[in-house]
Structures are given as structure tokens and as C-alpha cells.
Design a binder for this molecule. Structure first.
Ligand code: ZN
Length: 99
């Protein structure tokens, strides 16, 4: 586990050669070790966390809001959000306007 994430996909792209490397650390220690190998400036880092939903499905948390197939929403940090029915419907606010 890394924070709330079951595992994380770490990608590094080399700005000069366009080389792409992907890793799947499952512990913070592992993630730090990988980060240490790509400390130089030509590597661009991208991190995508996966959480296990209560329904058992893995959900990638790389956007502001991430929705599982079962309808549960998670934020980028892997925290479960309140059901959409509670998202200020009384004001007529549409959740797609939030972006
Ligand atoms: Zn789910």
C-alpha cells in the first residue's frame, strides 16, 4: 500500500530520447528507490495511483474525479467522495461544470 493506493504506476519519460520506463511499486520504500534512479532533470515523472473499490474493482486515480464501474467516485488522492446526489443539487448545479 502507498497511502490509500493499492499500487502506483510510475512512468518516466526521457525528454531527450523519448524513452519511456514504467514501474509498479507497491510500497513507499519501493517508490523512493525508483525515484532515486530517475533524479536527473531529463526524466519527466508521471504518477498514477490505483485504489481498490469496496466492490473489488481497481480504480485509477489520475483525474480530479475518478468513477468506479459501480458508481462510486474517488478523488485524485484515492479518497471516496460523497454520492453525487449530495453534490449541491438544490442549487441546480451540474457536477460536470466543476472542471
Ligand atoms: Zn466500485
Amino acid at each position: 500500500m502507498i497511502g490509500k493506493f493499492e499500487y502506483v504506476i510510475l512512468s518516466f519519460r526521457n525528454c531527450e530520447t523519448n524513452e519511456l520506463k514504467e514501474f509498479k511499486p507497491t510500497t513507499p520504500e519501493e517508490m523512493n528507490k525508483i525515484d532515486d534512479q530517475f533524479e536527473s532533470l531529463e526524466w519527466k515523472r508521471h504518477k498514477r495511483g490505483y485504489i481498490k473499490c469496496s466492490c473489488g474493482k481497481m480504480v485509477a486515480c489520475n483525474a480530479f474525479t475518478n468513477t468506479c464501474e459501480c458508481g462510486v467516485d474517488y478523488n485524485f488522492a484515492g479518497e471516496r467522495l460523497a454520492p453525487r446526489s449530495q453534490w449541491g443539487e438544490e442549487t441546480g448545479e451540474n457536477w460536470t461544470d466543476c472542471y
